[in-house]
Design a protein. Structure first.
Length: 238
């Protein structure tokens, strides 16, 4: 047991703050998963799951320590569980798509969500934030939270992450914009609670998300253009 405990507690001390290797490695796996997602590779999902498991232990248990404000980050921790569930769905969906396309095929063909799909996930997001806020506030009633924004921020991050991951599994270009909305709130929160590696990585994610959005947007436009080009007469089957 001492070996596992030593591995669990292993950390670096930077500027007087203990940073666990679980947080560093969890974020490294998360970044690798994001790269795989942008490249439309199936391996992005299992790699991401490993990072989710590591980060759950960080945000649920480590956050309760005095050095991190004494408050478990329910949204940050809870979304790791949802990531694992949706990652299994995305893993299966992308693998099926790749197999159907044959050797060398990409795992997903990016496209914008339809108006109906976008309206559905935006409305669901609004309702979800309200429900998550109420739930997190009820669960954390025993913790001394002095800032009114805490539960709202955590609810926003939790719901936004769920929507973004589901949208990624479906191949919607919109998912990059959802991640950007999450990062805008996530970076300040993580800095406040002194999760510096995660905050830095979220900042890197922000730049990466813009890059990924442009890449998927171009692919979606190219796919749309190729479908719009009419076949030449000699290409039409008799």
């Amino acid at each position: 047991m001492s070996v596992f405990q030593d591995l669990y507690d292993a950390h670096l001390t930077i500027a007087g703050h203990a940073i666990t290797w679980r947080e560093i490695l969890g974020n490294a796996f998360g970044l690798a998963s994001a790269v795989g997602g942008m490249r439309r590779r199936v391996w992005a999902w299992p790699v991401g799951i490993v990072g989710n498991v590591l980060l759950f232990t960080v945000f649920f248990f480590t956050a309760a320590q005095t050095d991190h404000g004494g408050q478990p980050l329910y949204g940050q921790a809870g979304r790791q569980i949802f990531f694992i569930v949706v990652s299994i769905y995305g893993w299966i969906r992308w693998r099926q798509t790749q197999r159907a396309g044959g050797a060398g095929a990409f795992a997903v063909v990016p496209r914008w969500a339809t108006a109906r799909e976008r309206t559905t996930f935006l409305v669901a997001s609004g309702v979800g934030v309200l429900v998550a806020y109420a739930a997190f506030r009820a669960i954390g009633a025993g913790f001394p939270v002095t800032h009114w924004w805490y539960y709202w921020a955590d609810a926003w991050i939790f719901v936004g992450s769920m929507v973004a991951t589901y949208a990624m599994a479906r191949g919607w270009v919109d998912f990059w914009l959802c991640w950007l909305a999450v990062d805008i709130v996530g970076v300040p929160e993580l800095l406040y609670f002194r999760f510096y590696p995660s905050a830095v990585l979220y900042g890197v994610y922000g730049a990466f998300v813009i890059w990924g959005f442009v890449a998927w947007l171009r692919i979606a436009q190219a796919e749309s253009a190729s479908m719009a080009v009419p076949a030449r007469p000699d290409e039409v089957p008799a």
